[in-house]
Ligand binder design. Structure first.
Ligand code: SAH
Length: 244
C-alpha cells in the first residue's frame, strides 16, 4: 500500500486562513474527496480528480476515500474549518474500525482554523476563559442530549460555541436552545452571531441573549454565548481572564 490519506481542514472560507501544510497536501494530491461546496474550494488541475458528494453520506465518503488510498492514490479528504471538529476525521476513523486491512495505510490529520476560533477572533476574545462547543444538529444524537448539555454548560458558566444552529429542515431546535438558555438564567449574557466569517458575506452581530431571535442564525452562522462575565469594550466582546 503506497497510497496516502490526508484529512485536511480548509479553514472558515478565506484562502489566507488555509495553513501552508494543507496547501502543500492539496498540491501533492491525486484525489480530493468531500462535501461538494468544500471540494469546490480546491482549484482543478491536471492529474487531480475531484470527488464531490452530498452532505449526509460521511461514512460512504470516508470508505470511498480509504479505498482510493488503498489503490495507491494520494487522497485528501477536505472539511471546512478543522476536520476533527464535527467533520470528516471521525467518519474516516469509524470506517477504519470497520475494515482492519485499511489500518496499514499512511493516514494523517491536518488541522484547520475552526469556525469557533475565526468567529471569536472577529468578535474580540469571547473564548478567553473556559468554554465548550456544542453541535446543535440532532442528525447524529438525540435532542435530549443536546438539551442536557446546554443546561449543564449554562450551569457551569462556560462560554458556549454553537455549531449548526439552524437549518431549513430543523427550524425549531435553535428556538428551543435559546429558550433553554434563557430559562437557565442566561438572558443577560452576550450572544454573538457570526455568519460566514472570512467570506464576502460575513456579518457579526452581538445582542443580549434575551433579545436573540431564532431567525438571526442559519447554517452558515456560528453562535457564541458568553459566560456571565463576558462584556463589551468598544466594538469588541471579551471574557475577562479572571472569574470571581
Ligand atoms: N469542521 C467545521 C464545522 C463543520 S459544522 C469547523 O471546524 O468549522 C458546520 C457549521 O460550522 C456551520 O453550521 C456553522 O455553524 C459553522 N461554520 C462553518 N464555517 C463557518 C463560517 N465561515 N462562519 C460561521 N460559521 C461557520
Amino acid at each position: 500500500m503506497t497510497g496516502t490519506l490526508t484529512i485536511a481542514g480548509l479553514g472558515p472560507g478565506d484562502d489566507a486562513m488555509v495553513t501552508p501544510e494543507v496547501t502543500a497536501a492539496l498540491a501533492a494530491a491525486t484525489d480530493i474527496v468531500g462535501y461538494g461546496p468544500y471540494v469546490a474550494r480546491v482549484a482543478p488541475r491536471e492529474g487531480l480528480t475531484l470527488h464531490p458528494s452530498d452532505n449526509r453520506v460521511e461514512l460512504q465518503r470516508a470508505s470511498a476515500a480509504l479505498r482510493l488510498a488503498s489503490d495507491g492514490r494520494h487522497v485528501v479528504v477536505v472539511s471546512s474549518g478543522d476536520p476533527g471538529v464535527f467533520a470528516m476525521a471521525s467518519a474516516v476513523f469509524e470506517a477504519l474500525e470497520e475494515k482492519s486491512q485499511w489500518q496499514a495505510l499512511s493516514i494523517r490529520v491536518l488541522p484547520g482554523v475552526t469556525a469557533m476560533l475565526a468567529a471569536a477572533a472577529r468578535a474580540g476574545a469571547p473564548l478567553g476563559h473556559d468554554f465548550c462547543a456544542i453541535n446543535l444538529s440532532d442528525n447524529l444524537k438525540p435532542w435530549t442530549v443536546i438539551e442536557k448539555r446546554l443546561r449543564l454548560a449554562a450551569e457551569a458558566d462556560f462560554a458556549i460555541a454553537m455549531y449548526n444552529p439552524r437549518s431549513a429542515s430543523r427550524p425549531e431546535g435553535f428556538a428551543r436552545a435559546l429558550q433553554i438558555l434563557n430559562e437557565a438564567g442566561c438572558g443577560e449574557r452576550l450572544a454573538i452571531f457570526a455568519r460566514a466569517v472570512s467570506t464576502p458575506e460575513e456579518r457579526i452581530e452581538t445582542v443580549s441573549l434575551r433579545d436573540a431571535r431564532p431567525e438571526m442564525a442559519d447554517m452558515r452562522t456560528l453562535v457564541i454565548v458568553g459566560n456571565s462575565s463576558t462584556r463589551r469594550v468598544g466594538r469588541f466582546v471579551y471574557a475577562p481572564r479572571q472569574v470571581r
